[in-house]
Design a protein around this ligand. Structure first.
Ligand code: HDE
Length: 697
C-alpha cells in the first residue's frame, strides 16, 4: 500500500518518456506511447525494481529489471580491431558522364543515376573512444548502394600503405597499437614497438614519410583526400580490362592542423573531427568530394620503374593524370551512431560487375579479412541484413538460417537447381558478375617479387615534392616521434632509413634529436633513383585561397561593437565560413548599443585551436579585466604561434600587445568594412607561413 501511495505522488511513466517505444508496437492509440518490455508487455513502473518490502532486497522474479539490465550489459560489441574510432554520414554519388568505354558498372555510366552512399572516416590505431587528432592515417571508406549491388571503396587518406603483403598486417597492427605489457600509448605511433618494427621493414618507408607529414593531422574529415590505394580493374561490356586507381579530392580543398594544435585540440575537444562533420552537415554545409581515376593498360604498367601491384607505390599524377568521373555529397547525419556508423560493414571484396581486383598481394589478403572480422564483430553471417548493410537493390539467394536471421523466407525450395519452384531465382550469365579472365601460371612460392624491392625512391620523391613548411613539419614529426623512443638502437636504425630517403633530411632529424652522425648504415636492396618531383603530392602547393567550410572564432566582451560583428558575419557568410562567438561566459553579452547576443562558447572552453582564424573584438573598457585572464591571453598567443590570421579591432590592440605578439601582416584591423575585407582576404590564405621564421612552433 505504501508503494501505491508513493507512485501516485510522482509523474507517470508517460510523463518521463514522451516518445514511443519503437516500431515493435503493433497497437494504436494510447498503447503506442506506452513503454514496454522487449516482449511488448506494458511497463507500469520504470523507476523502481521489485523488492520485498519498502527497504528489502530485490527479487529475482523482476523480469522487467532483468531484461533491461541484461540488454544493457550487452550493449557493446567488439570494436573494430583497426579503424575503431570513426565517424560517418549518408549522401549520394553522381557520375559526371558515361564511363562505359572503361567499365560496365551502371552507376558510373549514367549521370542521371543518384547512387546512395554511406561514408565512414576513421583513425587506425586508437580504440573507439580515443581522440580524433592523434598522428595517424585516416580510413576513408565509402559504401555505394548501387542498383547492381553494393560496391565498397575501402580506402585511406594516404595513397600507399605500410606493407606489401597481407601476412605482415597483424605484425604491423600489433606494433602500432598500445604495447601489450603496459597498455599504452593509446592511438600513437610515438613508441618503441612501432619504430622498432618499421626500422626492420624497409618496405614501410614510403608510407612512413607520409605518416610523418601533415596528412596524418587533417584539419577536418571534410578536407581530406582519399585513395583506393590498390590497383583495381575496370572491365567493360566487351570484357576488356583497364587498371584503375581511385582518388577522392575534397571540393573545399585539403588542410591540416599544426602538431601543437593537434596536441591541444585533443584536450580541448577530443571529438573535434566528429563534431565538425556532424555540425557541418546539420548547418547544410555539405561535404563534397570529386572522384577521379587514373587508368592505364598493361603496357603502361610495364613501363613504370615500380610495380603497380605493390601497395607501397603510387603513380604520380604527372605520369598518369587524374580523370574526374563523379562527385559524392554527404548530406545526412546518421540517425543512430551505433546502428549505422558502428554496424556498417565495409569490404574491399564488395564489388559490382565492371569492377574487379588486381593481384596486389595486400588486396588479395584483404579480400579474406573483412568478412571474417564481421563474423566476430557483428556476431554472425547475417550482418548484411542490418539496415545499414542491406543492398538497396533486389537480393535473393538460398543462403538460410544462422544467428540473427531477420528474414522469413517462404516456400519449400531452399536449393538450386530445383524443379519444384520454377519461379525461384536462378543464375544470370549476362547480368551476373564475371571475373576478368587474367592468365595465371607459375610455381607455388613464398617469395617477394624483385619488382617490389625499391623501398626508398618514392619516399624520396614524396619528401622532395613537399614545400619548405611541409618539409619542416616532417623533420619536427620525426624529432617528436623518435624523441619518445626509449631504445637508442631503434632510433639509430630509423635514422639509417631516413638517410636512404634523403641525406639532408637525415642531417636535420639527427640535429633535432641531438644525435649527429648516429644513423646506422642500412644498405638498400635496390639503389633508390631520383624521380621528378610531383607537386600534386603537396597539400600546400595545391591549396587554393578559400574560407569555405572554415571556422572563424570571434572573441567579444561586454560593450563590444555590434556593427563590426555584423560586418564580419556578412563577409564570412558570403565566403561560406561559419562564425562562432566567444564570450566571457555562456550567458548573454551586451553590445555598446545595448543589443544582447548569446555566445556559442565561453572563453574558458574555446581556445583558438578550435578555429581556423580568429578575431579579437573586445571593448576598451574590458581590457583591464581581460588581460588578467590566462584563457584570453592564450587564445591570442596560440592563434599567433599557430600562424593564424588574426582580425583585431583598434580597441582590442592593447590586449594583443599584452599577449606579447608582433603586429605583423597576419594581424589585420577590422574596424572598417575595408578592414573586414582585408581580413577575410588574408584569412583565405590559411596560415601566414613567413611568421614561422619569427616563432618556433
Ligand atoms: Fe583494413 N581492415 N586491412 N586496410 N581497413 C579493417 O575490417 C585489413 C588496409 C581500412 O570504416 C577491418 O571491418 C587487412 C589497407 C579501412 O569500417 C579488418 C589488411 C587499407 C577500414 C581489416 C588491411 C585499409 C579497415 C577492421 C592488410 C587502405 C575501416 C574492421 C591486408 C586501402 C572500415 C573491419 C570502416 C578495416 C583488415 C589493410 C583500409 C580487420 C588484413 C591497405 C578504411 O578486416
Amino acid at each position: 500500500m505504501a508503494k501505491q501511495k508513493k507512485k501516485s505522488a510522482r509523474p507517470t511513466d508517460n510523463e518521463f518518456h514522451a516518445g514511443n517505444a519503437g516500431e515493435l508496437h503493433q497497437t494504436t492509440g494510447e498503447r503506442d506511447s506506452t513503454l514496454t518490455t522487449n516482449q511488448g508487455v506494458a511497463i507500469s513502473d520504470n523507476q523502481n525494481s521489485l523488492r520485498s518490502g519498502e527497504r528489502g532486497p530485490t527479487l529475482l522474479e523482476d523480469f522487467v529489471l532483468r531484461e533491461k539490465i541484461t540488454h544493457f550489459d550487452h550493449e557493446r560489441i567488439p570494436e573494430r580491431i583497426v579503424h575503431a574510432r570513426g565517424s560517418g554520414a549518408h549522401g549520394y554519388f553522381e557520375a559526371y558522364g558515361d564511363l562505359s568505354e572503361l567499365t560496365r558498372a551502371a552507376f558510373l555510366c549514367d549521370p542521371g543515376i543518384q547512387t546512395p552512399v554511406f561514408a565512414r572516416f576513421s583513425t587506425v590505431a586508437g580504440g573507439a573512444g580515443s581522440v580524433d587528432l592523434p598522428r595517424d592515417v585516416r580510413g576513408f571508406a565509402v559504401k555505394f548502394y548501387t542498383q547492381e549491388g553494393t560496391f565498397d571503396l575501402v580506402g585511406n587518406n594516404i595513397p600507399v600503405f605500410f606493407i606489401q603483403d597481407a601476412i605482415k598486417f597483424p605484425d604491423l597492427v600489433h606494433a602500432v597499437k598500445m604495447e601489450p605489457d603496459r597498455g599504452y600509448p593509446q592511438a600513437a605511433t610515438a613508441h618503441d614497438t612501432f619504430w622498432d618494427f618499421v626500422s626492420l621493414m624497409p618496405e614501410s618507408w614510403h608510407m612512413i614519410l607520409w605518416a610523418m607529414s601533415d596528412r596524418t593531422i587533417p584539419r577536418s574529415l571534410r578536407m581530406m583526400e582519399g585513395f583506393g590505394v590498390h590497383t583495381f580493374r575496370f572491365v567493360n561490356a566487351e570484357g576488356e580490362s583497364t587498371f584503375v586507381k581511385f582518388h577522392w579530392r575534397p571540393r573545399i580543398g585539403s588542410a591540416s592542423v599544426l602538431w601543437d594544435e593537434a596536441v591541444k585540440i585533443c584536450g580541448a575537444d577530443p571529438d573535434f573531427h566528429r563534431r565538425d562533420l556532424f555540425e557541418a552537415i546539420e548547418r547544410g554545409d555539405f561535404p563534397e568530394w570529386e572522384l577521379s581515376v587514373q587508368t592505364f593498360d598493361q603496357a603502361t604498367a610495364d613501363s613504370f620503374p615500380f610495380d603497380v601491384l605493390d601497395a607501397t607505390k603510387l603513380i604520380p599524377e604527372e605520369m598518369v593524370p587524374l580523370q574526374p568521373i563523379g562527385k559524392m555529397v554527404l548530406n545526412r547525419n546518421p540517425d543512430n551512431f551505433f546502428a549505422e556508423t558502428e554496424q556498417v560493414a565495409f569490404h574491399p571484396g564488395h564489388v559490382v560487375p565492371g569492377i574487379d581486383f588486381s593481384d596486389d598481394p595486400l588486396l588479395q589478403g584483404r579480400l579474406f579479412s573483412y568478412t571474417d572480422t564481421q563474423l566476430s564483430r557483428l556476431g554472425g553471417p547475417n550482418f548484411h541484413q542490418l539496415p545499414i548493410n542491406r543492398p538497396r537493390c533486389p537480393m535473393h539467394n538460398f543462403q538460410r538460417d544462422a544467428l540473427m536471421q531477420m528474414e522469413v523466407p517462404k516456400g519449400r525450395v531452399n536449393y538450386e537447381p530445383n524443379s519444384l519452384d520454377p519461379a525461384s531465382v536462378r543464375e544470370n550469365p549476362d547480368a551476373g558478375f564475371t571475373t576478368h579472365p587474367a592468365t595465371q601460371s607459375g610455381d607455388k612460392l613464398r617469395v617477394r617479387s624483385e619488382t617490389f624491392m625499391d623501398h626508398y625512391s618514392q619516399a624520396r620523391l614524396f619528401y622532395r615534392s613537399m614545400t619548405a613548411p611541409e618539409q619542416d613539419h616532417i623533420v619536427n614529426a620525426f624529432a617528436f616521434e623518435l624523441g619518445k623512443v626509449e631504445t637508442p638502437e631503434v632510433r639509430c636504425r630509423v635514422l639509417g632509413h631516413v638517410k636512404n630517403v634523403d641525406a639532408a633530411l637525415c642531417d636535420r632529424v639527427e640535429q633535432a634529436l641531438g644525435m649527429q652522425g648516429q644513423a646506422y648504415n642500412i644498405p638498400p636492396a635496390v639503389e633508390p633513383i631520383d624521380m621528378a618531383p610531383s607537386p600534386a603530392l603537396s597539400l600546400l602547393a595545391k591549396a587554393q585561397p578559400t574560407l569555405e567550410g572554415r571556422k572563424i572564432g570571434v572573441l567579444v566582451s561586454e560593450g563590444f561593437e555590434l556593427a563590426i560583428l555584423d560586418q564580419l558575419l556578412a563577409s564570412a557568410e558570403a565566403e561560406g565560413a561559419a562564425v562562432e562567438r566567444i564570450g566571457p561566459h555562456i550567458g548573454e553579452v551586451k553590445s555598446n548599443s545595448g543589443v544582447a547576443i548569446t555566445p556559442n562558447h565561453a572563453i574558458a572552453g574555446a581556445p583558438s585551436v578550435l578555429f581556423d582564424t580568429v578575431v579579437v573584438a573586445v571593448s576598451e573598457t574590458e581590457i583591464d579585466a581581460l588581460k588578467k585572464q590566462a584563457a584570453v591571453l592564450n587564445f591570442i598567443r596560440d592563434a599567433y604561434a599557430h600562424l593564424k590570421i588574426i582580425g583585431c579591432t583598434a580597441a582590442s590592440t592593447p590586449l594583443l600587445e599584452i599577449a606579447g605578439i608582433d603586429l605583423d601582416d597576419g594581424v589585420v584591423e577590422v574596424d572598417t568594412s575595408e578592414g573586414t575585407i582585408a581580413y577575410v582576404d588574408a584569412a583565405k590564405q590559411g596560415r601566414i607561413w613567413p611568421r614561422a621564421a619569427a616563432i618556433k612552433t
